[in-house]
Design a protein around this ligand. Structure first.
Ligand code: HEM
Length: 525
């Protein structure tokens, strides 16, 4: 950093006056009016009252007063960077999406990593899920892959999301804890909702205290569809695999790092990129068809389940490189708006009830958070391909239609017009059924994959999971809730359940929680 050698003058009261000279531009108001003095407000005499007519002073304070916007209702604390995505293996047989078609194709990318529960000003190194949201600016529009660093989710149906988030966040009367799962409400909700058990295992594992954003995996979580030129659909799960490897800290380190530097993760990403050590991930896909889906032990629409990589290997098809930090944190990282419904032709949704709810939620919340329907005009959110439509007006409209026509069809020969060849088409899925609130029968086994995950861990990692359960549950002060969690763990692993019960000094071992569907016993460990 070079310190400017610009000269300055001291005013009569000692204030520093740096004036516009040479290349330094003149300070102006928002209206472009040049400012003569930015150190002193206008007063009626040196000891007089401040004058209402001082428009520069009023504009400056007014703007400052309005600097804060609502923080994200979840994932409030995050950090973003720019980069690119490059395709290394073509999926042209499976999808018409141009970004997945031609080997070597590069598109710009913006990624925001985040914690979920904490407020915007909370700490980086808490035990939490990490968001891994990727925006690819493709030539067919923006494709957002709004994922996490854990491949499954707490709940199966979006209707439970407000309950889950309320239970995770601070309690409404006390206002704490601000950024962790260590309290009665969280464990109450989790223990009353057995579908959370698989995700709980991941969250109590070392995955939830990553060493840095650079050493995390990312997952699209839901089953999506790829659709090819013949209209054929293939199911797909998306993965990001870090070239840096997968690394976490241990809890003891996490607590110390948080105390010493609550910005540890954002500083790490900033420093790495600015020193030329660009983090890189491979995009991986698990592809499968209806036959696999029908034979699979779980419903592929259930976001609390993953597809084991032993059954469907991850095929690496591209690389994501982050090589540029933001120019302005607020303009880019805070104002970026990811949304699961931002997909491009050749990528389609499934009926996963969590995904369907997300498709509504993001646009809705961003309309509020970013002040109206025109937040796609903010440069970080705008597509980098040409875009044309007849949408107009609303707060801060930057792209109103030009000319006489703002509708179509019209007789004035004025576009834009729909395009049956290149336009987005939903996957033509047959839909037939009774209206119901029932979930599919296969959604009911909440323990098998939790057990499989636990069994896949090394003894050291298993000990970390046990210790995390003991530590986090020790902050839950209601014995019946602790016992309820242990009752679930008995369906996952008896040694783990006993270890947690001992660590918590439970007076009596509970019976295993009733399982709505018998856990499978023959899953590969
Ligand atoms: C924000 C991931 C489920 C609602 C986010 C962000 C990520 C994410 C990464 C942060 C985006 C950013 O960096 O700006 C996920 C994943 C989910 C999930 C992986 C499950 C698989 C849900 C559900 C809902 C929801 C079920 C609601 C029904 C929201 C909202 C935001 C958000 C409202 C804030 C968006 C904003 O203000 O810009 N989610 N989420 N999420 N998520 Fe989710």
């Amino acid at each position: 950093v070079t310190i400017s050698d610009q000269t300055f003058e001291r005013g009569p009261q000692g204030a520093t006056h740096q004036t516009a000279t040479g290349d330094t531009p003149t300070l102006t108001t928002q209206q472009g009016v040049p400012v003569s003095d930015d150190q002193n407000s206008q007063k009626a005499g040196a000891h007089g009252a401040t004058l209402l007519e001082d428009f520069h002073f009023r504009e400056k304070i007014f703007h400052f007063d309005h600097e804060r916007i609502p923080e994200r209702v979840v994932h409030a604390r995050g950090y973003g960077a720019h980069g690119f995505f490059e395709l290394t293996d073509s999926l042209a047989d499976y999808t018409t999406a141009s970004v997945l078609g031609k080997i070597g194709k590069r598109v710009p990318a913006f990624v925001r990593f985040s914690t979920v529960a904490g407020a915007r000003g909370s700490s980086d190194m808490v035990r939490d899920v990490r968001g891994f949201a990727v925006k690819l600016y493709t030539e067919e529009g923006n494709w957002d892959l709004v994922g996490n660093n854990i491949p499954v989710f707490f709940i199966q149906d979006a209707i439970k999301f407000p309950d889950m988030v309320h239970a995770v966040k601070e309690e409404p009367d006390s206002g704490f804890p601000q950024a962790q799962s260590a309290h009665d409400n969280f464990w109450d909700f989790a223990s009353l909702s057995p579908e959370t058990v698989h995700m709980l295992m991941w969250v109590m594992s070392d995955r939830a205290i990553p060493r840095s954003f650079r050493f995390m995996e990312g997952f699209g979580v839901h089953t999506f569809r790829l659709v090819n030129a013949e209209g054929k659909s293939t199911y797909v799960k998306f993965h990001w695999k870090p070239k840096q490897g997968l690394q976490s800290v241990v809890w003891n380190e996490a607590v110390k790092i948080n105390g010493a530097d609550p910005d540890f993760h954002r500083r790490d990403l900033w420093d790495a990129i600015n020193s030329g050590d660009f983090p890189e991930w491979e995009l991986g896909v698990q592809l499968f068809d209806d036959d696999f889906a029908d034979k699979f032990d779980f419903d592929i629409l259930d976001a609390t389940k993953l597809i084991p990589e032993e059954l469907v290997p991850v095929r690496r098809i591209g690389r994501l490189v982050l090589n540029r930090t933001v120019d302005n944190f607020f303009a880019e990282t805070e104002q970026v708006a990811f949304c699961t419904q931002n997909v491009v032709p050749g990528i389609a949704f499934t009926n996963d009830p969590l995904l369907q709810g997300r498709n509504f939620s993001y646009l809705d919340t961003q309309t509020k958070r970013l002040g109206g329907p025109n937040f796609t005009h903010i440069p970080i959110n705008a597509p980098k391909c040409p875009f044309h439509n007849f949408q107009q007006d609303g707060h801060m409209a930057m792209h109103n239609p030009k000319g006489r026509a703002n509708y179509e069809p019209n007789s004035w020969g004025m576009g834009p017009r729909e395009n049956p060849q290149t336009g987005y088409k939903p996957y033509a899925e047959d839909v037939n059924g009774r209206k119901t609130r029932e979930r599919g029968e296969l959604f009911a086994d909440h323990y098998s994959q939790a057990r499989q995950f636990y069994a896949s861990q090394t003894p050291t990692e298993q000990a970390h999971i046990k210790n995390a359960f003991v530590f986090e549950l020790s902050k839950c002060l209601t014995p019946a809730i602790r016992a309820r969690v242990v009752a679930h763990l008995l369906n996952v692993d008896e040694t783990l359940a006993k270890g947690v019960a001992e660590g918590l000094r439970l007076e009596k071992m509970p019976s295993p929680a009733p399982a709505a569907r018998t856990p499978l016993t023959d899953l590969p460990a």
